[in-house]
Design a protein around this ligand. Structure first.
Ligand code: 13P
Ligand code: SF4
Length: 300
């Protein structure tokens, strides 16, 4: 079957089954093109919570599909590839978090949405890269534990002036970026603005013009009066940047910043997902209800 035929079949089946296709900003161009909505983690969770469709086909990584299910347990949430995980989310388990909480009794726990449902269930409030600074700023607590991303945590701590107890997790893709990469790219493109994701190490966020979530980066490049941008995140985002801003130019900090998990979602797998109602994402109720509390607190 040609790609065009697969796309036609996907559209036909999605309509027949009352399915909405959600995709993250890092997914392959052809996935973004067939999606009903493309966004960052916060936008995707908000959209998932408001949808009235029966089925959600989630084109992203597991924690995102889990979050959609936690918010909408009455819907069928499908992942085209159940093995598309997030290595950072796997860097902390619920029992490790319980142990950390025992070491800091009374501390409030903020968990980055890039975490398992079990870790969310052990946390007081969830956050995404778009709202982490606001959430920590408003949190009234003597001690705050922040898991699992040490780099996002360091950035939030700097922006809020609050000391955080950090877990030592990180995103292997964003952790590759170095200040030297930015300096080299700036030499090649001196007029370019540098915009990076807060999952990058501090040496990178410190010298960027802007630090934003993926959709925040998309808004920044649209609204900023510059013609060239150096982009410090997973390079899949450049597809949407170029599509929405054909008159501007975008250069990745490094060409090899590719999240292989996001790229596991292909057109063939989306079609298979709709044909066979695979792969259903379900979070057991005892975990779901607790995790929901921390996600709802964030959305409030
Ligand atoms: P955003 O919420 O900014 O889209 O980030 C998700 C992510 O996984 C970044 O690596
Ligand atoms: Fe996880 Fe990093 Fe991929 Fe985002 S880019 S999903 S944090 S591995």
């Amino acid at each position: 079957m040609s790609s065009l035929e697969i796309v036609e079949k996907i559209k036909e089946l999605a309509q027949k089954k009352d399915a909405v296709i959600l995709a993250h900003n890092y997914t392959r161009p052809e996935i973004q093109d067939i999606a009903d909505f493309v966004g960052d983690s916060l936008e995707l969770s908000r959209t998932a919570s408001r949808l009235s469709s029966k089925v959600i086909v989630f084109c992203g990584v597991r924690f995102m599909a889990e979050t959609a299910y936690i918010l909408s347990p009455d819907k069928v949430v499908l992942m085209p590839d159940p093995l598309a995980g997030c290595p950072m989310a796997d860097m902390i388990t619920a029992s490790q978090l319980r142990r950390l909480k025992e070491e800091h009794p009374g501390a409030k726990v903020v968990c980055y949405v890039n975490s398992s449902a079990e870790v969310k269930a052990e946390s007081d409030i969830c956050c995404t890269s778009a709202n982490a600074v606001d959430i920590v700023k408003r949190l009234d607590a003597k001690e705050i534990i922040f898991v699992p991303d040490k780099y996002l945590g360091t950035y939030v701590s700097k922006m809020t002036g609050k000391r955080l107890i950090l877990w030592q997790g990180y995103c292997p893709i964003h952790a590759m970026m170095r200040a030297d990469d930015i300096i080299r790219m700036k030499q090649e493109h001196p007029r370019a603005k540098v915009v990076v994701h807060p999952e990058c190490p501090p040496e990178v966020t410190d010298i960027a013009d802007a630090v934003r979530s993926t959709s925040g980066m998309l808004r920044y490049v649209k609204e900023t009066d510059a013609e060239e941008f150096i982009i410090g995140t997973e390079s899949g985002i450049i597809y949407r940047m170029e599509k929405e801003n054909p008159e501007k130019r975008f250069f990745p900090v490094r060409k090899d910043t590719i999240c292989i998990n996001m790229k596991k979602i292909t057109l063939e797998k989306v079609l298979n997902s709709l044909e066979k109602d695979e792969y259903r994402i379900i979070v057991p109720d005892e975990i779901r209800v607790k995790a929901l509390r921390s996600i709802e607190r964030m959305l409030e």
